[in-house]
Design a protein around this ligand. Structure first.
Ligand SMILES: Cc1ncc(COP(=O)(O)O)c(C=O)c1O
Length: 340
């Protein structure tokens, strides 16, 4: 396969996950969706291995690669209370013999004990992370600044901290994990002799979406790559993905292969907002569990699957659609009361 990403393989990276992840057909869901449904496939990035897996394992390979190369011994990261990213950062830090400080932001107005203590929060504690809280949920710069203050305190205690940044404007190292995934998908589709017409992926920070789109376009794939909005509406998210793609090109010192028209966002299943279920998402989660034994989460992958089911209706029977299952399964336990 061609390798247009010369600089990528020279960047620091630690191996944390299992790859390639399986790419499977969802025949029962196809049957449940009616006669002229396109082929429905899922890329099982919930099976990346580390501590319940998920997309963030691929991203952390580059962040923690940089941390290790810089000789850091403590990882700092911020996210929502039920963040999968912070759980996986704690697991990755544990594997690498580093400490982890997690800042949990009040992004979702929930006080119930399941949400606050179960799922990812339980795992954060089990993984030995130190937890901090941040009172805002929509202040990315402020959350990063507070992490900086915690890092300063740690330096005074003799530690060497590494911050995984939240706000845009930093080199999007996490997106590189999805360039690697794009290569993997190209190899799998060649092996399986299949062509995807549309790929759907949850679009939050945008690193997964931007990396995947950038990687696929650079490798010559023309399929539609649709981001299912989980955090902000399509208009704002489009600007974010565009900026990420420019930054990836700068980081890898190559042309940006992503045209404006390639950036597609679907916010149909975003309401009522981040981390809150709606009927379409709840239905997608139940249907996937009961037809495919596939466990999706209420914040990210439930939204992506809702978009798959809706958008599949616009494709022809001989076309194919791929869902990237980005993980998030521990959150199911935190949202148990809403799901049942
Ligand atoms: C399970 C899951 N899927 C998708 C996403 C979205 O990925 P990104 O932040 O790279 O857009 C996240 C982000 O936290 C996630 O935890």
């Amino acid at each position: 396969m061609q390798n247009p990403f010369g600089a990528l393989d020279a960047l620091p990276r630690v191996r944390l996950g299992i790859a390639p992840t399986p790419l499977e057909r969802m025949r029962n869901l196809e049957n449940a969706s009616g006669g002229d449904t396109p082929g429905l496939y899922v890329k099982r990035d919930d099976c990346t291995g580390l501590a319940f897996g998920g997309n963030k394992v691929r991203q952390l390979e580059f962040y923690l690669g940089e941390a290790a190369a810089l000789g850091c011994d403590t990882v700092l990261i911020t996210g929502a209370v039920q963040s999968n990213f912070v759980r996986l950062a704690a697991a990755a830090a544990a594997v690498l013999g580093m400490k982890c400080h997690i800042q949990l932001e009040e992004r979702v107005a929930r006080e119930d004990p399941l949400y606050r203590n179960s799922g990812n929060v339980l795992l954060d504690r089990l993984l030995g992370a130190t937890l901090h809280s941040y009172p805002e949920g929509e202040d990315e710069d402020g959350a990063d600044r507070r992490l900086g203050e915690i890092a300063e305190n740690l330096k005074n205690e003799g530690r060497t901290p590494y911050i995984v940044p939240l706000a845009p404007g930093h080199p999007p190292l996490g997106a590189l994990g999805y360039i690697v995934a794009a290569r993997e998908i190209m190899a799998q589709t060649a092996d399986m002799d299949i062509r995807f017409d549309e790929i759907i992926v949850a679009s939050g920070s945008g690193n997964t979406h931007a990396g995947l789109l950038f990687g696929l376009r650079a490798l010559g794939a023309r399929c539609r790559v649709t981001g299912a909005c989980v955090r902000r509406g399509a208009e704002l998210q489009t600007l974010r993905i565009k900026a990420h793609c420019r930054q990836i090109a700068r980081l890898l010192d190559m042309e940006n292969p992503v045209a404006d028209k390639d950036i597609i966002l679907d916010d149909e299943f975003l309401a009522p907002g981040y981390g809150t279920l709606n009927a379409g998402v709840a239905n997608a989660i139940r249907l996937s569990a009961q037809k495919e034994g596939l466990i999706l989460d209420p914040v990210y992958t439930g939204r992506s699957m809702a978009a798959v089911l809706e958008r599949a209706r616009k494709l022809e029977a001989e076309q194919n659609m791929l869902l990237i299952h980005t993980g998030g399964t521990p959150a199911v336990f935190a949202y148990g009361d809403d799901l049942l």
